[in-house]
Design a protein around this ligand. Structure first.
Ligand code: NAD
Length: 258
């Protein structure tokens, strides 16, 4: 139980990768607060997690500062502390550069980048105060993407937002290192969730994804959760400022079979 009694906030925790991280953390002994805008799935997720451990669901739009303030207060209320933040909430919207709508650009940046910043700042303030009072440092994990470094023409705001998430990870790792607080990111490749459903349903698009993935398959949410569990644990005590790509080898091997 490497996360025994740790309290973790997981944004976008009602489904997909966020829910898989929540389930893994609870299995590893953590108490989990899932934050999401989808109340139906959030409440279902809370129920499922309560079968294996302690969890609460909080409604929170990460792009809204007051929601984020309420999220941290709710976590402190429920479990008395916060040790881990996983900034996982994310959306995809928009089209090619020339057709891109300003509102889509703003919303993707607001959720994926500003939302990650607001949550990180709110939790970091709590952790810094705790360290100053003689407590443990805690740790933060941002969910980025291979799109942070790949240029993908039809995912303009998404790619920009994830590039920002990588830099958010680095600048905050530097700012928080004096307090012992570690900040890392995970860059998933193609993972089987709702976000990727339309791509995976289209045979041609699916084949294209697979042809560029050396391991030759789409990843499962639990495979991202396993990396998050490592980064959150003491096993990663000397790791900070990193983005770890869990992408079946796509980025590091720069592989194009077709
Ligand atoms: P998903 O759509 O299955 O889940 C995203 C969750 O975030 C949903 O529960 C949704 O309700 C929630 N959410 C959306 N906007 C929110 C907001 N403003 N505030 C709070 N919650 C909000 O997607 P997923 O595939 O599980 O994606 C999770 C993260 O992983 C995202 O950051 C995504 O960019 C990243 N990612 C996914 C893939 C992939 O292939 N699935 C690849 C790379 C990175």
């Amino acid at each position: 139980m490497s996360l025994q009694n740790k309290v973790a906030i997981i944004t976008g925790g009602a489904s997909g990768i966020g829910f898989a991280i929540a389930r893994r953390f609870v299995s590893d002994g953590a108490k989990v607060v899932i934050a999401d805008i989808d109340d139906g799935r959030g409440e279902e997720a809370e129920k499922e997690l309560k079968d294996i451990g302690e969890a609460v669901y909080v409604t929170c739009d990460v792009a809204e500062k007051l929601d984020v303030r309420n999220l941290v207060a709710s976590a402190l209320d429920a479990f008395g502390d916060v040790d881990i933040l996983v900034n996982n909430a994310g959306i995809v919207a928009g089209a090619d550069l020339l057709e891109l709508d300003e509102a889509d650009f703003d919303r993707v940046l607001a959720v994926n980048l500003k939302g990650a910043f607001l949550c990180l700042q709110a939790v970091a303030r709590h952790l810094v105060d705790r360290v100053k009072a003689g407590g443990e440092p805690g740790t933060i994990i941002n969910i980025s993407s291979i799109n942070a470094v790949l240029a993908i023409a039809d995912q303009v705001p998404y790619s920009i937002s994830k590039g920002g998430v990588n830099q958010l990870t680095r600048v905050s790792a530097l700012a928080l290192a004096p307090y012992g607080i570690r900040v890392n990111a995970i860059g998933p490749g193609s993972i089987s969730t709702d976000m990727l459903a339309t791509v995976l349903e289209d045979e041609q698009a699916r084949d294209k994804v697979l042809s560029r993935t050396p391991l030759g398959r789409v990843g499962e949410p639990r495979e991202i959760a396993a990396v998050a569990a490592f980064l959150a644990s003491d096993g990663a005590s000397y790791v900070t400022g990193q983005t770890i790509y869990a992408d079946g080898g796509r980025l590091p091997l720069n592989y194009f079979a077709k």
